[in-house]
Design a protein around this ligand. Structure first.
Ligand SMILES: [Zn+2]
Length: 413
C-alpha cells in the first residue's frame, strides 16, 4: 500500500490531491496540488474566485509517521476576488499563516493536556513555541465554538500568579453535572470581573441563580450590581481561612511574648495543632493540643472560638444559623483578641451573604471552587515556562475549560 493511499484514507482534502511522496534523509515530503479545474477559494470571504498567481511552495508540518516528520508541500495560489481584492487562497488543512497543519496542531494539543508543554516539545521534536501555538489554536477554536447557555450557578475566585501580588480572576460554572472554567482575566479589580459579565451578556447574566465568591470587596460590588437577582453565597473556605490567619497572628505574637518572659517552650511546635482540623492531627499533635488547652492563653481562647465557629455549618435552617452566628460574633467581640474581632466584624457585615449558604441548601459548597482552583495551581506549576499571563491563560482554558475541539475525520492520537 502506498503512503498516498493511507493519506487519502485518514486525511482526505476536499478540492486537492496528494501527488508525489518523496522520502528524503530525514523527512517525508508529500506534494499537494489543487484538483484540476477547481478554482481557489478566497480566504477573505470563502467564495471561489479566479486565480491571480501562484506563490512559492511552502511547508506544512503534518502528524509524524514512525517518528519521521511528514511535510505537506504546497504552492499557494492567490485569488483575484471581486469582493476582497487579491487574497491568498483558503486551504482546509491549515490557515495559511501557520506552518502547522490543523491535524498536527490538534495532535500536539491533545498530548499537551497530559504532559507538560516542554515534554511534548522534546518527545515530538518540535519547538516549545509550536506546542504553544497548537494549544492556542485549539483554545481559540474552542472558545469560538462553545456554548454559554444554561449557566445558573457560578463561582468567582482569585488565583495568585507567580510570586508577589499578581492575580488572575477566574469564573467557573458550578452547576451539578457541568463544572468548568468559564473565564480567566488578569488582576482582581472590579473592572476585571466586569469584563466577564460583558462577555456573558445581559440575558445570560439574568439567568444566574447562584453566585459563590469570597469577601473580596470589588467582586462583591460587581456581583451585586450585575447579578443582583442571584443568591450570593460567601465561600465557607475563605471564612475559615480568615479565622486561621487571625489565629496564626495571635499565636505568633503570644509565642514572642512568652519567650520574652522565659516560657518559650509552651507554644513551641504548636502552630499546626491550632490550624489543622482536629481529626487530622497526628498523635503527638493531639497530645500537645490537650496539654495546651490547660493553659489560659490567648491562643487557646482564639482556638476555641475558631472551633466553635465550625458548628455553624451543621445548621440546616437559615434562621437558627443566623441566631448562632450572632451569638458567636458577640462572644468574639468580647474576646479582646484584636485579629479575631476584625474577622468577627467582617462576618457581621456579611451576615446575609453567609446565611445564603443555608438558603442555597448547601448545594454549592466552596469545595467545588477550591477543587478547581487547585487544578489551576497545578496547571500553572506544571508549565513553569508560563511567565507571560497570556500563556498561562491559554493553558488554564485548555486544562479546565472543557472546550469543544476541532473535529477531524481521523483521530491521530
Ligand atoms: Zn473574497
Amino acid at each position: 500500500m502506498q503512503l498516498k493511499t493511507v493519506l487519502n484514507r485518514v486525511h482526505k482534502i476536499k478540492g486537492f490531491v496528494y501527488e508525489k511522496v518523496r522520502f528524503t534523509d530525514d523527512q517525508i515530503e508529500v506534494r499537494v496540488r489543487p484538483r484540476r479545474g477547481r478554482r481557489p477559494i478566497c480566504s477573505g470571504c470563502g467564495q471561489p474566485g479566479p486565480g491571480y498567481d501562484t506563490l512559492e511552495a511552502r511547508h506544512f508540518h503534518f502528524v509524524p509517521l514512525w517518528a519521521i516528520p511528514v511535510i505537506l508541500v504546497y504552492a499557494m495560489r492567490r485569488v483575484a476576488c471581486p469582493r476582497c481584492g487579491v487574497t491568498v487562497e483558503y486551504v482546509p488543512w491549515g490557515d495559511g499563516k501557520r506552518q502547522l497543519t490543523r491535524a498536527y496542531a490538534v495532535f500536539l494539543a491533545t498530548w499537551a493536556r497530559r504532559l507538560s508543554w516542554k515534554e511534548v516539545s522534546v518527545i515530538f521534536r518540535v519547538s516549545w513555541e509550536k506546542v504553544y501555538r497548537s494549544v492556542a489554536w485549539v483554545v481559540d477554536y474552542g472558545l469560538a465554538h462553545r456554548s454559554l447557555d444554561g449557566i445558573t450557578a457560578i463561582g468567582v475566585d482569585e488565583v495568585q500568579f507567580q510570586k508577589g501580588h499578581r492575580y488572575l480572576t477566574v469564573v467557573y460554572q458550578i452547576n451539578a453535572g457541568s463544572r468548568r472554567l468559564l473565564w480567566v482575566g488578569q488582576d482582581r479589580t472590579a473592572r476585571t470581573l466586569l469584563r466577564f459579565f460583558k462577555l456573558l451578556g445581559r440575558e445570560r447574566t439574568a439567568a444566574i441563580e447562584f453566585v459563590c465568591s469570597d469577601m473580596w470587596r470589588p467582586y462583591l460590588k460587581v456581583i451585586a450590581k450585575k447579578a443582583g437577582q442571584a443568591i450570593h453565597i460567601l465561600d465557607r473556605f475563605h471564612i475559615v481561612a480568615k479565622l486561621n490567619k487571625a489565629l496564626d497572628e495571635i499565636r505568633a505574637a503570644e509565642a514572642k511574648q512568652l519567650a520574652r518572659q522565659g516560657y518559650e517552650t509552651v507554644l513551641k511546635h504548636s502552630r499546626w495543632c491550632f490550624l489543622k482540623r482536629e481529626e487530622n492531627l497526628t498523635d503527638t499533635q493531639q497530645v500537645k493540643l490537650d496539654d495546651l488547652l490547660q493553659y489560659d492563653l490567648k491562643s487557646v481562647r482564639g482556638y476555641l472560638l475558631k472551633q466553635s465557629f465550625g458548628l455553624l455549618w451543621e445548621y440546616v435552617s437559615p434562621y437558627w444559623a443566623g441566631r448562632f452566628l450572632d451569638g458567636w460574633v458577640t462572644r468574639a467581640m468580647r474576646s479582646r483578641l484584636e485579629p479575631i474581632k476584625k474577622v468577627a466584624r467582617s462576618i457581621r457585615k456579611h451576615r446575609e451573604l453567609i446565611l445564603n449558604w443555608f438558603k442555597a441548601k448547601k448545594q454549592f459548597n466552596s469545595g467545588i471552587v477550591e477543587g478547581l482552583n487547585y487544578r489551576i495551581k497545578l496547571t500553572i506549576r506544571k508549565a513553569y515556562g508560563y511567565r507571560e499571563l497570556k500563556v498561562a491563560e491559554i493553558a488554564i482554558y485548555h486544562a479546565l475549560g472543557q472546550l469543544p475541539e476541532p473535529v477531524l475525520a481521523h483521530r491521530f492520537c
